[in-house]
Design a protein around this ligand. Structure first.
Ligand SMILES: [Zn+2]
Ligand SMILES: [Zn+2]
Length: 139
């Protein structure tokens, strides 16, 4: 199944294969700083195609990951790992055309969530340690 979406000004449009019909929320401080709040993201399974790619600026946010946004309107579009295959790429839920069809399943970096907000959805909650273990990264 494919997902399609665009930035706010439509200078960038994209499509990709969906991994599943779920979205996750990341509460880490970098996601909150990037987007002004927790990141709601959908995982791609590849076949990512952009039009208007010249309007995308990619910001290197850490040694291993980077974040893309529209340099005309500022919409945050994706977070991906830098390895050249770009096999791991999450798109922001709000940029997808059919974003209301996705189910909220998991919250990650739950231990980084500030205490002044919380979601009432019943989800699987993972700490930073849980996430790093799931990705096979040990500190
Ligand atoms: Zn735009
Ligand atoms: Zn995050």
């Amino acid at each position: 199944m494919k997902a399609t979406g665009s930035c706010m000004c439509k200078a960038v449009t994209f499509s990709f294969d969906l991994k599943n019909q779920h979205f996750d929320v990341c509460h880490c401080s970098m996601c909150r700083n990037w987007g002004g709040g927790p990141a709601l993201t959908v995982e791609s399974a590849g076949n990512i195609e952009f039009s208007g790619e010249e309007n995308i600026t990619v910001y290197s946010s850490s040694e291993w990951a980077e974040r893309g946004f529209c340099n005309k309107c500022g919409s945050n579009l994706f977070y991906r790992l830098k390895d050249k295959s770009h096999n791991f790429c999450n798109f922001n839920l709000g940029t997808l055309n059919n974003h209301e069809e996705f189910r909220f399943t998991t919250q990650i970096f739950i231990d980084a969530k500030p205490s002044n907000y919380s979601f009432s959805n019943e989800t699987k909650n993972m700490t930073e340690k849980d996430v790093l273990e799931a990705f096979g990264i040990s500190e």
